[in-house]
Design a protein around this ligand. Structure first.
Ligand code: FES
Ligand SMILES: [Fe+2]
Length: 337
């Protein structure tokens, strides 16, 4: 399988939910790189390459002691800056702490997300609008590691035409479609598709959940961050921000943050309702990505065609690879969904 593009290592990738990072080391793989995450004495998140520099034992099997992580093999201990703090049984010369250091990875924590950047040189996080706004309700949803290619997951979430089939009856229907207008906007590092439709989708979930909807827009920020916003006559109804973290070339770990304006019922109730309705949809996409991967592996490599509904075309793959694209405004075009 094609290796992951360098753009992944050079961008901020979500490695964990803040709430999953507590008193124990957390092993995660991001962009084919094994990491260990932990919190130091001040509660700050830290990340090291999950390989003890001494004899290469995995540090993630160790314990957190005095704000550092202790390797289970000989007990060397490393601080959040990687410096070796202790070599049990020996006197550690202060001049040696850097030579014996573990390799660190850049970390930041924002709005319940622990993000890592494996290599320097990439761009910062884009402006994500309401996703962290205090006057909104938020919750995170993650289901661990999925089988599938991150690029295929990006295409899946940006593509409305699969919803009539993979989510037949839940979001839309394969047999009863409604007219929509699709347009595309792009900047150098992002692309979005906008759906304008006069009536709600035909699936039961959409019928129950959706207040009148004017439009939805789904934007891919290079390389792997997607944000979808649904808007009604009174503005935003739902915003979903998804970090599609590539784990290996054939595995990914999606983290989704759901944002709704405060006021329409308590936050916990909205979370329950969204989880209840989306559980099945998420399972269907997860299953589809795994089947797609199986078949790509059966044939040895992907070979894709662009159809008349694939308005974003090869630009999704270009952004995923970290290439800049031409700014554009295209449409609206008439379709039925
Ligand atoms: S391998 Fe980690 S302390 Fe020896
Ligand atoms: Fe889907």
């Amino acid at each position: 399988m094609t290796p992951l593009p360098e753009s992944i290592a050079r961008s901020w990738q979500m490695a964990a939910l803040s709430r999953d990072l507590r008193g124990r080391p957390l092993a995660r793989t991001v962009a084919d790189t094994p990491l260990v995450l932990f919190r130091d004495q001040a509660g700050q998140a830290a990340a090291l390459i999950d390989r003890c520099p001494h004899r290469n034992y995995p540090l993630s099997g160790g314990r957190i002691i005095g704000g550092g992580i202790q390797c289970p093999y000989h007990g060397w201990r490393f601080g959040p800056d990687g410096a070796c703090m202790d070599v049990p049984g020996c006197t550690l010369d202060a001049s040696e702490t850097r030579r014996l250091a573990a390799q660190t990875v850049e970390v930041r924590e924002i709005h319940g997300a622990v993000l890592v950047r494996l290599a320097p040189g990439g761009s910062d996080l884009p402006d994500l609008g309401p996703w962290a706004a205090a006057d909104h309700d938020h919750f995170w949803w993650s289901q661990g590691v999925w089988r599938g290619r991150a690029l295929d997951a990006l295409e899946n979430v940006l593509d409305p035409f699969h919803t009539n089939f993979i989510h037949d009856g839940i979001i839309r229907r394969s047999t009863r479609r409604i007219p929509v207008r699709l347009s595309v906007k792009a900047g150098e590092t992002w692309i979005e598709s906008i759906i304008e439709q006069p009536q709600p989708d035909m699936g039961w979930m959409s019928r129950i959940l959706e207040p009148p909807r004017d439009r939805s827009r789904t934007r891919l920020h290079s390389p792997t961050l997607v944000q979808a916003r649904w808007e009604g006559p009174r503005g935003l109804t739902l915003c979903v921000t998804v970090f599609f973290t590539p784990v290996t070339p054939t595995r990914l770990m999606p983290f989704a943050c759901f944002t709704t304006p405060k006021g329409r019922g308590p936050g916990w109730l909205k979370e329950r309702a969204i989880r209840f309705f989306l559980e099945k949809v998420v399972a269907q996409d997860r299953h589809a990505l795994a089947r797609q991967l199986d078949n790509i592996e059966r044939f040895g490599a992907p070979r894709f065609l662009q159809g008349p509904g694939d308005l974003l075309g090869p630009r999704v793959a270009q952004l995923y690879q970290g290439q800049e694209i031409e700014p554009a405004e295209e449409g609206p075009f008439d379709f039925e969904l």
